[in-house]
Design a protein around this ligand. Structure first.
Ligand SMILES: NC(=O)c1ccc[n+]([C@@H]2O[C@H](COP(=O)([O-])OP(=O)(O)OC[C@H]3O[C@@H](n4cnc5c(N)ncnc54)[C@H](OP(=O)(O)O)[C@@H]3O)[C@@H](O)[C@H]2O)c1
Length: 277
């Protein structure tokens, strides 16, 4: 508020609210958005949609050739995208990612947004889970989300502004047999979201999470939707009566990436058709 009186501040805030087009704050034209796990599924849908809303995109995953396909779709539509192949479990590769992002942001001075989306899931009885299963899942979801946030977050902190969106899941607060490791990892992602938001809010960095219910990506179709009994069991828990499509999550992702959500931090936003109610 500075030296402004409380009355003047309130009046200015009211004027601002009345004169600005409220939808402008949802545009992403001034943003550089780094999407991990952008080669397919939800991450690909986010990257393509963010580009259509005006953002420049940095596409990250392990498979360069799949990222090239996504970049071609974005640039054919007039958008802009760079590719940085990286495995989010490898801190050295995340440092290299941050160096690439640093160069891009020095060139066009856009605001930084990071979407920690890279991941995978499995359903396995707890008694059959191996050390390797545990480590791969936790390294991808929890270590990957943490160190990617640390590396890109430091660029955001230098600029006094940034937004991080972590992919959580309805399994962060609900359970099902065979989901122990995935549930634990996604609960960790949501709690990491809250903890980082507390530490970085004073530095201008907002950290939120999105928590979808089962979403019809190729990998989810392979895991869940091919098994009729499991399909029906899962579907019956969704009050809106159907699984999400990646496009059902896009509005919430644009909201969290845009200036429209600048007063929101530390939250896990459930986009789940009523699954968790
Ligand atoms: N689909 C669902 O039902 C659902 C529901 C709730 C939450 N989620 C979460 O949403 C996110 C995306 O899920 P999805 O269904 O879209 O998955 P997906 O279709 O299997 O895509 C996963 C993406 O992550 C990338 N990836 C995996 N491991 C990586 C690693 N170590 N380093 C870098 N990239 C990696 C993959 O690319 P490369 O193979 O090229 O590396 C791919 O682009 C995940 O975090 C998932 O847990 C999904």
């Amino acid at each position: 508020m500075g030296n402004e009186s409380c009355e003047a501040w309130t009046q200015n805030a009211m004027n601002e609210a009345m004169t600005d087009d409220p939808l402008t704050s949802f545009r992403l034209d001034d943003r550089l958005i780094i999407v991990t796990g952008a080669s397919e599924g939800i991450g690909r849908a986010f990257a393509e949609s963010f580009a259509r809303a005006g953002a420049s995109i940095v596409l990250v995953s392990r498979r360069r050739e799949k990222l090239e396909e996504v970049r071609a779709v974005i640039t054919d539509r007039g958008g802009s995208a760079e590719i940085v192949p990286a495995d989010v479990r490898q801190i050295g590769q995340l440092r290299a990612l941050a160096e690439s992002v640093q160069k891009l942001v020095q060139r066009d001075h856009r605001k930084l947004v990071l979407v920690n989306n890279a991941g995978f899931g499995f359903t396995k009885p707890a008694m059959e889970v191996s050390e390797q299963d545990w480590e791969t899942l936790f390294e991808t979801h929890v270590k990957g989300t943490f160190f990617c946030s640390q590396q890109i977050g430091s660029l955001m902190i230098e600029r006094g502004y940034g937004k991080i969106i972590n992919m959580s899941s309805t399994w962060s607060v609900t359970t099902q047999a065979g989901k122990s490791v995935y549930c634990a990892a996604k609960a960790a992602v949501s709690q990491l979201t809250a903890a980082l938001s507390t530490e970085w809010a004073p530095l201008g960095v907002r950290v939120n999470a999105l928590a979808p219910a089962t979403t019809t990506t190729d990998s989810a179709n392979e895991r869940v939707l091919k098994d009729p009994a499991r399909f029906e069991q899962m579907r019956s828990r969704i009050k809106l009566g159907h699984f999400a499509k990646p496009s059902d999550l896009v509005g919430a992702a644009i909201y969290l990436a845009s200036g429209a959500s600048d007063f929101v931090t530390g939250q896990t936003l459930f986009v789940d058709g009523g699954f968790t109610t």
